[in-house]
Design a protein around this ligand. Structure first.
Ligand code: ZN
Length: 304
């Protein structure tokens, strides 16, 4: 049996100051901070994970907040947006709530027959909310959008290797949007690949997406992806232990950094499910310098 990618595991983005990020994603959007840790490659900065109460794959949005990150700009070769799926029955109510709270949003507009509204996070990055008949809460992803100069090679990778199916295409305002859907209706099972006629150059920085992580249900599945991707010319990194999942990375043909992350062990591996996100958690290699790390990280308050 051929293994397919069931959907998105997480999306990781770069933000400005951490407190504004926490306030927006836990307050305005009602996501749960499920893990407060550090960037394993730069432990003097936070790595914040938002999701549903358990931090389920397909709900996880993560940020590397840099207090002095310059503003970035999405462009070709970058993931340009992620979208949350909003239960269709609650979509009108959500728009009313946002309007009452004086939270600005663009739309609604139609995309593949569903309404989309777009909020801006504190760094100006788009946060898309899309009505969905399948959604049961507001925590799961609907889709990610990849902005490509030459979408065809990316579409082929998603279809021929990852096992995504053609979901049709749409054109609006000079933007062609091709939809790919992972069969199985898991959360975050949609990838939209767009091409914009207007010239633009991507610039990494605050408000941009760093990478998109797809799911492997098991470590065996992940090992299988290393071989499968190698057989079509994509060399991945070795398996990297990210404490809450194992990760492999590679650049897709258009330049977007892809990760394949395992569902296990999950976020309850180092703290109780009821208290996820409350304490600063460090991987074993940094416990010996916890004092120093705690001194340089800015304090964070999470409203409850
Ligand atoms: Zn990642």
């Amino acid at each position: 049996m051929t293994t397919r990618i069931p959907g998105i595991h997480h999306v990781t983005a770069i933000s400005g100051p951490a407190q504004a990020n926490v306030d927006f994603f836990t307050g305005t959007l009602g996501q749960k901070l499920v893990k407060k840790t550090v960037n394993f490659d730069a432990p003097d900065t936070y790595h914040l994970y938002y999701g549903d109460a358990a931090g389920s794959p397909g709900t996880i949005l993560t940020f590397f907040p840099f207090a002095d990150a310059g503003p970035g700009r999405a462009g070709p070769g970058m993931a340009s947006a992620y979208a949350y799926a909003i239960p269709a029955s609650g979509f009108d109510g959500l728009m009313e709530d946002l309007a009452l709270a004086a939270i600005d949003f663009a739309g609604p507009e139609e995309r593949f027959g569903a309404r989309v509204i777009t909020l801006r996070d504190p760094d100006g990055a788009p946060v898309e909310l899309i009505e969905s008949a399948a959604a049961t809460d507001r925590h799961g992803f609907h889709s990610v959008t990849l902005w490509e100069r030459d979408p065809e090679r990316t579409v082929r990778l998603l279809a021929d290797v990852f096992g995504y199916e053609d979901g049709g295409s749409e054109q609006a305002g000079g933007i062609t949007r091709q939809r790919l859907v992972a069969p199985g209706a898991e959360r975050g099972n949609i990838v939209d690949v767009i091409r914009d006629e207007a010239p633009s150059i991507a610039r990494p920085g605050a408000g941009t997406i760093h990478h998109v992580a797809f799911r492997a249900r098991t470590q065996d599945e992940q090992e299988g992806w290393i071989d499968r991707l190698a057989s079509v010319g994509h060399r991945t990194t070795p398996v990297i232990d990210r404490q809450y999942f194992n990760a492999i990375y590679f650049r897709e043909p258009g330049g977007v950094l892809f990760e394949i992350a395992t569902d296990p062990p999950g976020f309850a591996v180092d703290e109780a499910p009821e208290t996820l996100g409350q304490a600063l958690k460090l991987p074993p290699q940094y416990e010996s310098i916890r004092d120093r790390i705690e001194r340089v990280l800015p304090p964070l308050t999470v409203a409850r």
